[in-house]
Design a binder for this molecule. Structure first.
Ligand code: CUA
Length: 346
């Protein structure tokens, strides 16, 4: 028996213009794009930058239209074989001087002044009593420390930053190994993180939401997988969250969780990670005291779920080649208990 034949229909393709518009619309509507667009500002700093961008696009667009109109006039004249009246030497000189020197100089001056004004707003000093979050860049993850108004350490987490909505938050940036750069396109501009130097920036979110950030300085093999999120939440919710994060890890509630904690403490995990409230206090790798409350693993690389966490523990190099986390060899039951324990740490 011969296989069923597919009906051959004449192929109709979309005109290229409509296809391009369709792709643009799909991209513009996709939430992945919406969450990391500097043109959808969520706070005053990003808004100042976006306004500057649109101002420059508008002026550039007007110049483009004028040039195109002049070109069209010249082409029409050539087509109609109309002989233009020749300019005198003084007229030609003035035309070149005004359109080639005076007008560009004026436009560039406007651009420079407006850029400087936006920059001034971005680097303006923060009030001393603002909440400070210290973010340290590592290959390839973010260490996040919450400091109180006196600069004392309150809580530590990794890769996920939480801020109170409507409040300016000071961000102190450091790097432990190579240069990284901190950028939340919807909230602020880029600030470099340089080893041995402490750079300051600040953010304010005008509306609640989740804003994606990304390392924006090439820092090695997994630079692309060095993402983070900033969740802006109402202040009461933020205070309650910070209080929970400041607590040591909860005690195991089941036998499996208890066994999981033993696995953690006797395996290589405890040599790099800390779980506050246990004997594991290393600070080479992300603090796992409240790992169960985080949405992602490995700086936004994987969703934080039992299956992905198991796979990550067994073979980090499959997901992030070059990651400093080595593979951990664990028997099935030990791995299951370890994952159960870690995800219970909310
Ligand atoms: Cu860190 Cu790129």
């Amino acid at each position: 028996m011969s296989p069923p034949q597919e009906k051959c229909l004449p192929r109709k393709s979309l005109p290229p213009g409509i296809a391009a518009a369709g792709i643009w619309l799909i991209c513009a509507c996709s939430s992945t794009y919406a969450s990391q667009s500097a043109l959808q500002p969520g706070g005053p700093l990003a808004k100042a930058i976006a306004d500057l961008f649109w101002g420059m696009v508008a002026i550039g667009g007007i110049i483009l239209l004028i040039v195109l109109a002049m070109l069209a006039v010249a082409l029409l004249r050539a087509r109609n074989k109309a002989e233009p009246k020749p300019l005198t030497f003084t007229q030609s000189r003035n035309l070149v001087f005004v359109s080639g020197v005076v007008i560009p100089a004026l436009i560039l001056t406007v651009f420079v002044i407006s850029s400087a004004a936006v920059n001034r707003e971005i680097v303006a000093p923060m009030p001393e009593h603002a909440l400070t979050i210290q973010v340290t860049g590592h290959q390839w993850w973010w260490e996040v420390d919450y400091l109180d108004t006196e600069g004392n350490h309150v809580a530590k987490t990794a890769n996920e930053i939480r801020i109170p909505v409507g409040k300016p938050v000071r961000i102190a940036l450091e790097a432990s190994d190579v240069i990284h750069s901190f950028w939340i396109p919807q909230l602020n501009g880029k600030t470099d993180m340089v080893p041995g130097k402490r750079n300051l920036t600040w953010v304010k979110a005008d509306r609640p939401g989740s804003y994606r950030g990304q390392c924006t300085e090439f820092c090695g093999k997994q630079h692309a997988k060095m993402a983070f999120t900033v969740d802006a939440v109402p202040e009461e919710e933020f205070d309650a969250w910070l209080q929970r994060q400041a607590q040591p890890a909860r005690e195991p509630a089941t036998e499996n969780e208890s066994k999981g904690r033993q696995v953690f403490l006797r395996s290589s995990c405890a040599m790099c990670h800390a779980i506050r409230g246990t004997s594991a206090l290393a600070s080479v790798a992300p603090d796992l005291t409240h790992i169960g409350s985080r949405k992602t693993l490995a700086a936004g690389t994987l969703d934080n779920m039992p299956g992905t966490l198991s796979s990550w523990i067994l073979s980090p190099q499959s997901f992030k080649p070059g990651s400093h986390m080595p593979a951990t060899v664990l028997a099935g039951e030990d791995l299951g208990n370890l994952v159960e324990y870690l995800l219970s740490l909310e």
